[in-house]
Design a protein. Structure first.
Length: 342
């Protein structure tokens, strides 16, 4: 296990120092808890040398001040004020696709008016409030998205690269508040980040003779950063999160995302994310192999990646130049995250 960990985790602690003026000390104590907390600051630098994913853990970043008031402080009122938007009547408020609409138990598909690929659907929830989801609704989204993908593929057999995403609220990139997810289906190479996973899995197998995803989950498990949600499905608090509180729901190779074990695990995780952690705005992405399995994808399981996007009513963006062009800086501790969910 130590050999695995050394292949998959590099961790270093560095200490930065500041010399604040006396006049600033009252403000520092009020903002960061104490002046001493600012004088010497430990930063944990974690890197996966096999995937080159990396994160800088800087606890005080979570407490940094924000200039200026937020525009509003009542999220429920903000959501309620948009009742009547186009997604409240999806049959007339969204285009249909050539293949028609797919109806789930509590959702219905429409074509995205601004396409991101040759096939791009919105999966519109019956309920307007995007936070009024439960386990059954999340499972319905996964099943309906897959049914849409299969129907689109039957009309366009070359399009096999399926991606399901959920941008909850404007903070996460949702342009319409009404509850909805999106599904995309494309031809050619898979979406870049998913194709990078396939490349990393193949490179790791060639270099070390092991299964990258399986070993990565095993190392997180050995460190106490996992919860076994079902047979073959593990929840992982990622040691190299892309941003705050990133979770991975990892299935096993060959498992479909509609498998009741995986779908239920994703759904229960998302409900706990909202109810136990108080997350209100998040991104979810389903990574999976192409629908027509090709060489090199045999070891890639379905993975749902979920990340907290912060207070939807907060003024500053949660990402900046570091996240876009360097290494993400995160203020939350994955060990505290998994304990909160356990």
């Amino acid at each position: 296990m130590r050999e695995r960990a050394e292949r998959l985790i590099e961790a270093r602690v560095v200490v930065g120092h500041t010399v604040p003026p006396v006049e600033l000390e009252p403000w520092l104590a009020a903002t960061f808890g104490s002046v001493d907390a600012v004088l010497a600051q430990e930063i944990v630098k974690v890197r996966n040398p096999s995937t080159l994913e990396a994160t800088l853990f800087a606890p005080l970043r979570a407490r940094r001040p924000v200039d200026g008031p937020s525009a509003a402080r009542d999220l429920a009122a903000e959501i309620a004020a948009t009742v009547g938007d186009p997604f409240c009547h999806p049959e007339s408020g969204t285009p249909s696709e050539v293949t028609g609409r797919v109806r789930g138990a509590r959702v219905v598909t429409g074509a995205n008016a601004a396409l991101g690929d040759a096939h791009h659907a919105v999966i519109v929830f019956d309920a307007h409030d995007p936070l009024a989801f439960d386990v059954e609704l999340v499972v319905d989204v996964l099943r309906t998205g897959r049914a849409w993908a299969e129907r689109s593929r039957s009309d366009d057999p070359e399009s096999v690269n399926y991606l399901l995403i959920w941008n909850c609220l404007w903070r996460a990139g949702g342009s319409i508040i009404h509850g909805h997810a999106q599904a995309l289906l494309g031809s050619g190479p898979h979406y870049a980040r998913i194709d990078r996973l396939r490349h990393d899995v193949a490179s790791y197998a060639a270099a070390h003779g092991g299964d990258l995803v399986e070993e990565l989950v095993a190392v997180h498990r050995a460190l106490g950063l996992t919860i076994e949600l079902a047979d073959g499905v593990t929840l992982v608090a990622n040691l190299t999160p892309v941003k705050e509180r990133e979770l991975l729901v990892v299935g096993t190779a060959g498992m479909e995302e509609t498998d009741p074990r995986f779908a239920d695990a994703v759904a229960r995780t998302l409900v706990a994310y909202r109810d136990r952690l108080g997350v209100r705005s998040f991104n979810l992405a389903l990574w999976r192999p192409p629908l027509a399995l090709a060489d090199g994808w045999e070891l890639v399981p379905p993975i749902a990646r979920i990340v907290d996007r912060g207070d939807p009513l907060g003024r500053p963006s949660d990402i900046g130049a570091m996240e876009l062009y360097a290494t993400p800086i995160v203020g939350t501790d994955p060990f505290e995250l998994i304990d909160a969910l356990r």
